[in-house]
Ligand binder design. Sequence first.
Ligand code: ZN
Length: 278
Amino acid sequence: MLVNMTKILQKSKDGKYGVVAPNICNEDSARAAIECAEENRAPVILDLIYRVNPDIPLLAKLVIEMAQRATVPVALNLDHGSTFEEAIIAVRSGFSSIMVDRSSLPYEENIKEVAALVRIAHAVGISVEAELGHVGTGSQYDADRDAGLTNPLQAKEYVERTGVDALAIAIGTAHGKYVGTPYLDFSLLSKIYNTVDVPLVLHGGSGSGDENLARATREGITKVNIGTDLFQAGIDELVTNHASLKRAHEAYLMFALGYKKKLTHYMNLFGECGKADE
Ligand SMILES: [Zn+2]
């Protein structure tokens, strides 16, 4: 069933387990993610970023139909919505959640733009995730790891003034592949967790290390975004077995096999298997 993201995250926050938010980019990856969630009886949040598939209205139709047929809770979330127009297109396309990323704007502007979209989204029952501090890219990790870490007291004020349902925080992860060794600040996570009431989100899960991620979900993170690792696992499976393929459509199935294996790994790691039925 298609659900609002808050419904999934409030439950995971109360139950102290994490939920994977796999990035999807098309029908095949969406199907793989939902099948994987059903096989593991786990809730799932599908993260779709405009940049990788700008025809969001069309893909949303397919994904929403798949979500409605699913026997586990599925949320469809716009990942890193970066303009007002993108957010409204996602709302109109039937997403059950949007991320409004204004983390590169000055604080007051960030609040103003996010609060305006929260009002619109909440009017039609859609949840909103926003980011405070800034999660950068792994390719520049050593240079800017500490540049955008989230301030706990500011985070509390930010959530109150914007009305967001979930907050993405910067505690040392980065998007994409790391150049350097990821170092997560767990004492900062603890401070934010004890200060902020809404579910917390970790971006840049790929390559952050199983031990780090499992600990993060035990100590307050409820949603972990994973993209790079899943797509890489799909490509690796395809490359390894390409010689045995006879037809083109088998390539998609092979990709899905690798993607699902890796997604299952993370669902187990975060303790969410079986939680769809509780
Ligand atoms: Zn992100």
